[in-house]
Design a protein around this ligand. Structure first.
Ligand code: SAH
Length: 247
């Protein structure tokens, strides 16, 4: 398995990019690579390139960039808006959202969010690792946590926000997607304690929000996030494309 690394760009054929100390350690101590090791590198903007390990010391490494393997391809324009949940479950949601092609992650604070402090550095590292593993070419950003009211007040008018509503009037998500024009989208998932009745009323009244149901059972927030992202990708996203050609 050729190591696939997310590196700082921009990447150009014949160029060289420094790897991080963590990547140097991973290559040297974990994978026991030597100079000359084949690598795959991507920067989230320029596509994916063949590369080789040009230099490797205890704390530093350089990748010499070869030819481009795949041109840049952004993921479909789908955001995940989520109320932060317990740490290990949050790690899970973030990793699955990257694998499922979310283009952006937006944490939102709702009435019942017992918001753990979000460690943005840790989140960025988790996102990069998941992007390396699932072979996507873009790398989503995780925005800062925002209060629900502020998020809704500044919501972009061209983007539909599908609210996963565990209660109240909500149409089955799949049926809602059947009849929708393709366009910028987001899914919103509440915290372990769910949305308050007042929040659901505010959301239902918002011009960009559509309340959707995910079946008759109460799903855990992480299950709801994965289910909603998968449903949207299957109906509106890039699941109709073939998996990446494995060189
Ligand atoms: N504790 C709450 C449920 C919260 S589930 C209760 O017992 O009512 C966490 C989040 O997952 C919810 O806020 C909602 O966004 C989503 N969710 C769970 N089940 C769902 C369903 N059947 N339909 C739509 N969204 C659901």
């Amino acid at each position: 398995m050729i190591p696939r690394l997310f590196v700082g760009g921009p990447l150009t054929e014949g160029g060289a990019v420094p790897l991080t100390e963590g990547q140097a350690h991973y290559l040297r101590a974990v994978l026991r690579c030597d100079v000359g090791q084949a690598l795959i590198v991507f920067d989230g903007k320029s596509g994916e390139f063949d590369a080789r390990l040009g230099a490797l010391t205890k704390r530093a490494a350089v990748a010499e960039v070869g030819t481009q393997r795949r041109p840049f391809q952004p993921s479909p324009d789908l955001w995940l808006v989520f109320a932060p949940i317990k740490k290990h479950r949050l790690d899970f949601v973030v990793e699955k959202a990257v694998e499922l092609g979310a283009a952006r992650l937006l944490p939102v604070i709702t009435r019942r969010t017992d918001a753990p402090r979000l460690n943005s550095e840790r989140l960025a590292a988790q996102i990069a690792e998941a992007a390396e593993q699932c072979e996507r070419l873009d790398v989503p950003e995780c925005g800062p946590a925002r209060q629900l009211a502020a998020l809704l007040a500044a919501w972009p008018p061209e983007r539909t926000l599908y609210v996963c509503a565990e209660a109240g009037p909500a149409r089955p998500f799949e049926a809602v997607l059947e009849g929708r024009e393709p366009g910028p989208a987001a899914v919103l998932v509440g915290p372990e304690g769910g949305f308050t009745q007042e929040e659901l009323e505010v959301l239902a009244a918002h011009p960009n929000c559509v309340c959707v149901g995910l079946g008759p059972r109460i799903l855990r927030a992480e299950t709801a996030a994965i289910t909603a992202l998968a449903l949207w990708q299957a109906k509106c996203g890039d699941w109709r494309l073939p998996p990446p050609a494995r060189g």
